[in-house]
Design a protein around this ligand. Sequence first.
Ligand code: GLU
Length: 495
Amino acid sequence: MTNTNDAQVRVRFAPSPTGKLHVGGARTAIYNWAFARATGGTFILRIDDTDPTRSTEENTQVILRAMRWLGLDWDEGPEAGGDYGPYFQTERLGLYREAAERLVAEGRAYYCFCTPEQLAADREAAKERNDTFQGYQRTCRDIDASEAQARVDAGEPHTIRIKVPDDRGDVVVRDAVHGEVTFNARELDDFIIFRSDGTPTYNFATVVDDALMGITHVIRGDDHLSNTPRQVIVYEALGAPTPTFAHISMILGADGKKLSKRHGATSVEEYRDAGYLSDAFVNYLALLGWAPDGESTVIPRKRIAREFSLDHVSKNPAIMDPKKLDFINGEYLHAMDDGDFTREILLPELAAAGFDDGNTHDEAWYLLATEAFKPRCTLSRDVVNQARYLYTSDEELAYDEKAVKKWLAKQGARDALEAASEALTTLGEADWNPTAIEEVLDPLPERLGMGKGRVFQPIRVACVGGAASPGIGETLTLLGREHALTRIDQAKSLA
Ligand code: GLU
């Protein structure tokens, strides 16, 4: 199926506010959003808050926040409004009731007065008879309509059941991801659309909404595939056109089990708080089960919004791969403009770490820190570890034991440090910059008859505490002349 470029496309993301927005839900939202954008359609956000015990206003806010952080702007829904509202199911209860009563009046649904005990007894009996069908026995299906109405009016507890037409035959769901999936209509039971407490069931409320909202494509998790034949029956009873369904796979952990807390972060907010960039996160999730081609890993949001199509969605379960997410996040960080990185990543991270309020150095210094650290970051907060050596006093510098053993406690290390001190002292404060520093240090290996690593690594460990840092010129420039010389001096005792 190809995108239709049909301005009539209307899709919805319909989370239940019973918890945070999880990665699986986020991907469903991304696919709906991208499909709407790619087809010039409308993306609707609906809050399925009919479960009164588990839905909370706070969760709704968390979900809206997560959607905004993801950058998934919705065209209709909470706060955006729209012509098909309200967009909270709790505000649509009257519509469900109206639709159910219409179906009863038309003979497409009926009141059922069976008590839970009677239903259990029927099931037992069917079991004993070894019936292949052990569901609802359609006990109330043929109660005369006026009698049923009288019992309802008298206050007798009742549910409302849909009347699956006798001649319905198999229900074939044509799914854009799974292909044709066939369900036996009799197995569907005359299922309940309204409970005895007066609330609609999920399969009913969803279809009433999707029909009234003119939804053309239902894109959702494949845990709902088994609900779909029932929903098809409801569409048919309502006389509404059945939308195209696209059921997308679950997201699993590396062990092949359903993603859960055991695998680490599961909610969008946790990823946000861990320092992932929204663009990278959306890119990563979009690629979990969809690919425009076999190659690209970095696919900017704009391209997703342009190229997304359902025919490239895989029906195989997607495996959450944190390493790939980190890789993509790194790619986005590295591609950031230095000024943006300084403002949006470096300064906030340094402030959050309690290192720097942004007024300790001049602009050029912070830009140099960005140049030095940005290419070495996978996550935003990596800058904190990169920059730690700059925010420790010389005496309290923590040395990495292995690095000391490997580079300082070696023959020749002391010579390297001494030669470095001597060379660097020739530079005044005003000349303390990467180029000048490298110029005076570069001749040392040859002069000392030592390999580059044996000369520069001791200097690096002396100044940073560890063996990894950006280029020696940048590393020392950021540290400043006085601290660099003090640390090199101080490290001689370890050499
Ligand atoms: N509120 C339902 C859920 O979160 C919506 C399912 C659907 O998209 O129909 O699972």
